[in-house]
Design a protein around this ligand. Structure first.
Ligand SMILES: Nc1ncnc2c1ncn2[C@@H]1O[C@H](COP(=O)(O)OP(=O)(O)O)[C@@H](O)[C@H]1O
Ligand SMILES: [Mg+2]
Length: 290
């Protein structure tokens, strides 16, 4: 069986997958996603640093680093083509596309009847200003494509909003304005693999951002059926074989699904819960690739 990992060689998650596969006597080959070369009407269809990926059975996608619009679209389209050639790509290109875009994810969650914060996304300056009022004057302005809590700002006065939007305008960013959901500085991160929640943690933040990359501390979390069900449905809606689901426990009661990570990390989950998601993921993929 040939298994590839698109990720940074030596990166923590890449090496965790390499080790989990090695324990099952499978030697994985790692390539950065920036090393892809695609051929049309010539073969192989896709090579990574001169190795043909067409014959691989499974390719895990561990990282799609930031790049230009052309670079990102090319990388994802190349993954679509790899799937068309019969290679199992985990997560699929479509799941990655859906999960990377916070607007697309929120829209899919809403359409599936899952609770998610009210969100307004626009390129129009006046509509972004109006969104602030419409969402109650306490909002989070966040990057459409972002992670680890980077670049998002909570805004609760009109002057600050004005400055934030002006800065975003200079960078030609889309304005993504979301109601702030009071959550007591803690949220739930669940990890779904193959239709099962394999682990969950509560992330306690120093402030409203509860990413572990922002200093939040993870602890084991005892899920109720509702959280399990919302996590499974969220991953399903995105078509993700595995996903890290962020769920806000709302101070007003109930839950809100904030985002679904389709290239999810699991390092802090391992420290908090002892569950090694790499093992779960590899078991799941091998089960289906037998
Ligand atoms: N609308 C919101 N209301 C309250 N907290 C939020 C909101 N949006 C984001 N946060 C906080 O910021 C963190 C990061 O937001 P998220 O949308 O998951 O983006 P990222 O991809 O950067 O993790 C969340 O885990 C949560 O703690
Ligand atoms: Mg998040």
């Amino acid at each position: 069986m040939r298994v590839g990992i698109l990720g940074q060689k030596g990166g923590w998650h890449t090496e965790a997958l390499v080790a989990a596969l090695a324990r099952r006597s499978i030697a994985a080959e790692c390539f950065p996603v920036t090393q892809l070369t695609a051929r049309v009407t010539a073969r192989p269809r896709l090579t990574a640093a001169a190795t043909s990926l067409d014959e691989f059975d499974v390719v895990f996608v561990r990282a799609i680093p930031a790049g230009s619009l052309e670079q990102i679209i090319f990388r994802v389209d190349a993954l679509h083509r790899l799937e068309a050639a019969g290679v199992r790509v985990v997560n699929s290109a479509a799941a990655i596309e859906r999960g990377v875009d916070k607007y697309y994810t929120a829209a899919l969650l809403e359409d599936a009847g899952l609770p998610t914060p009210r969100t307004i996304v626009t390129e129009r300056w006046e509509d972004a200003l109006a969104a602030f009022q419409e969402l109650g004057g306490d909002v989070v302005v966040k990057p459409l494509f972002g992670s680890e809590g980077r670049g998002m700002t909570r805004v609760s006065d009109a002057d600050t909003l004005y400055r934030v939007l002006r800065a975003l305008e200079l960078g030609r960013y889309v304005f993504c304005v979301q109601e702030f959901v009071p959550h007591g500085c803690a949220d739930i991160r669940t990890f779904v693999v193959g239709g099962r929640v394999v682990a969950a943690m509560l992330r306690r933040g120093n402030g409203w951002k509860t990413n572990t990359a922002q200093g939040a501390k993870g602890e084991p979390y005892d899920m109720d059926d509702h959280v399990v069900e919302m996590s499974l449905r969220s991953a399903e809606v995105l078509g993700a074989e595995h996903a890290g689901v962020d769920i806000l426990p709302c101070e007003s009661g109930g839950y809100s699904v904030l985002e679904v990570n389709t290239i999810p990390g699991w390092r802090s989950l391992l420290s908090a819960t002892g569950v090694d998601a790499a093992e779960c993921l590899v078991d799941h993929v091998l089960e289906g690739s037998g």
